[in-house]
Design a binder for this molecule. Structure first.
Ligand SMILES: Cc1cc2nc3c(=O)[nH]c(=O)nc-3n(C[C@H](O)[C@H](O)[C@H](O)COP(=O)(O)OP(=O)(O)OC[C@H]3O[C@@H](n4cnc5c(N)ncnc54)[C@H](O)[C@@H]3O)c2cc1C
Length: 311
């Protein structure tokens, strides 16, 4: 049986972030012996047989990597999992370098076939590859893509404190909350994304209204409108933006260029609104509406408001 170290990071409110709980859920799903290593959640309880809470003055990627590598060796583990977040992507290759192990990024599926096998999109999602570590002990480090694995439930294992590495090369001095506390595309269960078909930045109000009608939706954007300065880069979905996999993705006035699709193709249900019936996005969509987004969005928003009121 594999023994997996899972790094559980905190969100801004000091609780375990959902992406990390999904990494924990992924480790448990392959029936592995799991050691959760947390930082910044104050030793809160997790659903893992063992939970080590790192206690340090300041988070640092190199320090956390050193801690994870040390715990990996102490525990005789076979893998280290991190969420595919900014922190996870920062720390994972550093741990892999310390362990002289491969680093598999953005894993979407996992299986134990006498050793861990990782499935991940390659070349912007054009290919799906299955990979395993070739070393004698099969040691591997992986980041797990959000919304691909069930999150671990509330747990009962409080963190046993352990001093975090003190000899740090870089120290995080501040985390500033995003403007307006808006839901981030990479966390949201529903995303309403707009593209150049919205015609002008002011029309994004229609996208915001639809997202608000759902109550738990984030606004996303294509690169065309981000490059045009209509929307902030934090909302960009795609190869050079964020990779998302929400339960519902609504693409409005977005053509479906391969670089956009690379960032949202694993969404569970995809709805496309486009006036061109031949737009490539319709090949991917579960539901399509052909027509003028500026006319369709207000109607859809009222329908969603009505449905939410009756829910
Ligand atoms: C290296 C590289 C990386 C890239 N990374 C990304 C990335 O991360 N994310 C990304 O999105 N793109 C990325 N791109 C850009 C990508 O190739 C496309 O140019 C971009 O996605 C197009 O954005 P769009 O769909 O909004 O615009 P367009 O391609 O111009 O499409 C607009 C769509 O709106 C429809 N439309 C027009 N009017 C209406 C209307 N009134 N109602 C309804 N529909 C209407 C049109 O039929 C059309 O399909 C990248 C490109 C490169 C080269």
């Amino acid at each position: 049986m594999s023994k997996i170290i899972v790094f559980v990071e905190a969100n801004a409110s000091g609780t375990a972030n959902r992406a990390s709980l999904e990494a924990l859920g992924a480790a448990k799903s392959v029936g592995s012996d799991v050691v959760a290593v947390s930082y910044g959640i104050g030793g809160a309880a997790l659903d893992a047989p063992k939970h080590i809470a790192l206690e340090g003055e300041s988070y640092s990627p190199d320090g956390t990597a050193a801690d994870l590598a040390a715990i990996f060796a102490e525990e005789g583990a076979t893998a280290v999992f991190l969420a595919s977040t900014g922190v996870g992507r920062d720390v994972a290759p550093r741990v892999a370098a310390l362990l002289d192990a491969p680093c598999f990024s953005d894993v979407t599926e996992l299986s134990d076939e006498g050793g861990l096998v990782f499935t991940r999109p390659t070349l912007a999602g054009k290919l799906i590859t299955r990979v395993r570590a070739s070393g004698a002990n099969g040691a591997a480090v992986a980041t797990l893509r959000r919304n691909c694995f069930g999150a671990a439930e509330d747990g009962t294992t409080a963190g046993a404190g352990r001093p975090a590495a003190a000899d740090l090369k870089a120290i995080l001095t501040e985390i500033a909350a995003k403007e307006g506390g808006k839901l981030d595309v990479s966390e949201a269960p529903i995303i309403v994304s707009g593209g150049r078909g919205l015609k002008e930045p002011a029309n994004f109000k229609l996208i915001e209204d639809l997202a608000a009608a759902f109550g738990n939706a984030a606004v996303g954007a294509s690169r065309a409108v981000v490059d045009a300065g209509w929307r902030p880069h934090g909302e960009q979905v795609g190869q050079t933006g964020k990779t998302v996999a929400p339960g519902l993705y609504i693409a409005v006035g977005i053509s479906g260029a391969i670089q956009h699709v690379a960032g949202m193709k694993t969404s569970k249900v995809i709805v496309a609104i486009n006036k061109d019936p031949d737009a490539p996005i319709f090949k991917l969509a579960d539901y399509g509406i052909v027509g003028d987004a500026l006319e369709i969005l207000p109607v859809l928003t009222e329908a969603v408001k009505g449905a939410m009121a009756g829910a």
